[in-house]
Design a protein around this ligand. Structure first.
Ligand code: PEP
Ligand code: MN
Length: 335
């Protein structure tokens, strides 16, 4: 349910409305807009008498929200969310460019790539330390050592780091990570979502391979209902009947999510296509369509990468793509 307040509501009446709602076990999400303040009510609102609330002096309008996601709903929070991360932010006017290898392979590798992508305009460094691999015989990531190498790369470049949390037991190791990534395979690991909802680091939730928008937004809701509103959504391609590309990139998620939610949207053309030559056109399409950011895999030697070499750009290729993306973003902003 949302309660739209009249302009300059009487403070005492507002306080008593909020106290009354809290007494009923309802939590309140306040969104102060230019003209009106909106109270988003979360909890069992079926017990509330809408007419009674609508009749209050300070209330302009009361509406029920049909969608099961509340905190993530744009109706609760009409303005786009901007999430501060280190010296940058995700959402708003900034184009976030997350770049780096699929997996951290060594200190020299991640530091070298971090320096290169930073020089090309990346705003964040990505790299997996804990890797969800389809085969147990594939490289599983460097684990804790990989996280340490990422921190060295951050120190050397100033780039905030985004890396995947696979399991609850790893959470204490992630205290110093800037953005926690929840991978596609864990999008509905509800215990993991609850745990990251009870801490403060921003959380980027990748779309599950067969997840609907509503399921994806309900995963965001799990994190937000725990108190952590810093959620980013990342489309990384979904499973369809097409096998030419690794997955099928669903760019229509950008306008659809814009309508449904206030959360920032990042597009990952690398995992979506699985082919390095498709990364540039799809990243351009994503930025032109209004994505808040892209996630691009970059490797110094893709042919010998321990993971996802075929979809990785070389640093010099990334340099060209990043320059193009920044130009497209400037153009889109000016339209
Ligand atoms: C990744 O970003 O390295 C990754 C494994 O992504 P996804 O969860 O989208 O497959
Ligand atoms: Mn990868």
């Amino acid at each position: 349910m949302i309660v739209v307040l009249k302009q300059n509501p009487n403070a005492e009446q507002l306080e008593s409305l909020i106290a009354w709602l809290k007494e009923k076990g309802i939590s309140i999400h306040t969104s102060a807009g230019e003209n009106h303040t909106i109270l988003g009510l979360v909890g069992d609102t079926s017990q509330l008498d809408m007419d009674l609330i609508a009749a209050l002096d300070i209330v302009e309008d009361v509406k029920r929200i049909q969608e099961p996601f509340k905190n993530a709903n744009r109706k609760f929070h009409p303005a786009d969310s901007e999430i501060p991360v280190g010296n940058t932010q995700i959402g708003g006017d900034t184009l976030t460019i997350m770049a780096g290898p699929c997996s951290v392979e060594s200190e020299a590798q991640i530091v070298g790539i971090a320096k290169a992508v930073k020089a090309s305009g990346a705003t964040m460094l990505r790299g997996g330390a804990f890797k969800p691999r389809t085969s147990p015989y594939s490289f599983q990531g460097l684990g804790e050592r990989g996280l340490e190498f990422l921190k060295v790369a951050r120190q050397e470049t100033g780039l905030p780091i985004v890396t995947e949390l696979m399991d609850l037991s790893q959470l204490p190791l992630f205290k110093d990570v800037d953005v926690i990534q929840i991978g596609a395979r864990n999008m509905q690991n509800f215990d993991l979502l609850k745990a990251v909802g009870h801490q403060e680091k921003p959380v980027m939730i990748k779309r599950g391979m067969a997840a609907t928008y509503e399921e994806w937004l309900m995963s965001a809701e799990y994190v937000m209902s725990g108190g952590n509103e810093n959620v980013i959504l990342c489309e990384r391609g979904i499973r369809t009947f097409e096998t030419y590309t690794r997955n099928t990139l669903d760019l229509s998620c950008i306008p659809v999510l814009r309508r449904l939610t206030h959360l920032p949207i990042v597009i990952d053309p690398s995992h979506a296509t699985g082919k390095s030559w498709l990364v540039e056109p799809m990243a351009c399409g994503a930025v032109a369509t209004g994505a808040d950011g892209v996630l691009i895999e970059v490797h110094n030697d893709p042919a010998h990468a321990l993971c996802d070499g075929p979809q990785s750009l070389k640093p010099e290729e990334f340099d060209r793509v990043a320059a193009k993306l920044l130009k497209i973003h400037e153009t889109v902003k000016a339209l």
